[in-house]
Design a protein around this ligand. Structure first.
Ligand SMILES: C=CC1=C(C)c2cc3[nH]c(cc4nc(cc5[nH]c(cc1n2)c(C)c5CCC(=O)O)C(CCC(=O)O)=C4C)c(C)c3C=C
Ligand SMILES: [Fe+2]
Ligand SMILES: [Fe+2]
Length: 332
């Protein structure tokens, strides 16, 4: 009798590393943005309101108004390689592939939109990966980001007869390699500025405040990253939260409110960094770099700089190599 399970499809088992980020529309136009937002904002990990109440609001109000506005924001940051988030994540995977070499396949996927997590997991398995590290690239753990990415990976495995072994990357908000990379990158960016900032803001993506009370560690992780980064820099950092969405109370202080209030306190030169984003995206390139600048200058600020994320810089890739390799212990 033939036992296909005794015969692996490739001679040597391989290791897969799947980088995961949030996701982005396929094009900077309202239809593509609507499709993306419909998937994203229907995720129960993201909007924790009963679906029977939420879906009419989503379909009737948000998806009829927001796609046009968001598409405009995306159009302002779109590149020849497409959405910055997708282009940078692709580049991170390619550079890490070069760093890991044979025996490890590095791929990337998005929680919403393309390439889908389940599709890339299946592709890794088909390429002979019997062990896969799923790496949501969120330094600070959050149910709305890390957990939902992992949920999708587990759901992909639930459809497989012959599953690969799975590990997931834990949050790395206080990892010395991450803090060092941020501090090095920030110092380098500051040295290139033609002004000396009176204050540095570390802006993290916001979350409904309620999630903090429900036990999500996100807020604490952000504060800890902020504290460790300030210690590494030897100077004060203002931790703020951006991208408020909806009517609920979000984590404070809000980045835009702080930016608008600083000039009146005599702080007229500001540098802004977004340590929670592993790749620049519409939230850093449009909300911070474009709208944040406008807010600050209109309030009387004189100098404003929004500094790049770690992205696929040498420093960023070296840091990812360290934290990913650690999770592969015993596998490679
Ligand atoms: C880095 C961590 C992130 C957390 C935490 C997060 C929570 C969160 N976000 C929304 C709503 C939106 N976020 C949007 C874009 C977006 N969000 C993150 C990251 C986090 N979100 C990234 C990296 C991006 C950029 C995607 C890109 O394509 O560049 C958007 C879409 C843009 C827009 O229409 O403004 C929305 C909407 C909620 C509701 C939430 C927590 C509950
Ligand atoms: Fe978001
Ligand atoms: Fe935003």
């Amino acid at each position: 009798m033939n036992h296909p399970a005794d015969h692996p499809p490739v001679p040597s088992p391989r290791i897969g590393v799947l980088l995961v980020n949030l996701g982005t529309p396929d094009a900077a136009e309202p239809r593509a943005v609507r499709r993306y937002l419909a998937e994203f904002l229907s995720d129960r990990r993201v909007v924790e309101i009963p679906q029977i109440l939420w879906q009419p609001i989503l379909r009737g109000i948000i998806l009829t108004t927001r796609p046009k506005k968001s598409a405009h924001a995306y159009a302002q940051v779109w590149s020849e390689q497409g959405s910055p988030l997708a282009a940078i994540t692709r580049e991170q995977a390619a550079k890490l592939q070069g760093a890991f070499g044979e025996g490890v396949i590095v791929d990337y996927a998005m929680r919403y939109g393309n390439p889908a997590i389940q599709e890339r997991l299946a592709a890794l398995k088909a390429s002979g990966c019997e062990r896969i590290l799923v790496a949501p690239l969120y330094p600070q753990y959050c149910a709305a980001t890390t957990a939902t990415a992992n949920d999708m990976a587990y759901a992909g495995l639930a459809k497989m007869r012959w599953q690969p072994a799975l590990r997931t990357l834990p949050p790395y908000h206080d990892d010395p390699a991450y803090i060092d990379a941020l501090a090095g990158s920030l110092n380098e960016s500051l040295s290139r500025l033609d002004f000396v900032p009176d204050a540095i803001l570390a802006s993290f993506h916001g979350m409904p405040e309620r999630t903090l009370r429900l036990g999500d560690p996100y807020h604490c992780h952000c504060r800890k990253t902020g504290r460790l980064l300030a210690e590494a820099l030897g100077r004060e950092l203002l931790v703020t939260f951006q991208s408020r969405f909806g009517r609920a109370k979000w984590l404070e202080p809000a980045t835009d409110v702080v930016l608008a209030g600083l000039p009146a306190k005599g702080i007229k030169r500001v540098a802004l960094v977004a340590p929670g984003f592993s790749a620049d995206c519409v939230e850093t390139l449009e909300e911070l770099s474009i709208r944040g600048r406008e807010t600050f200058l209109e309030a009387g600020g004189t100098d404003f700089a929004s500094l790049p994320c770690l992205n696929a810089s040498e420093r960023g890739i070296d840091m990812l190599k360290i934290i990913l390799r650690r999770e592969l212990a015993g596998w490679v």
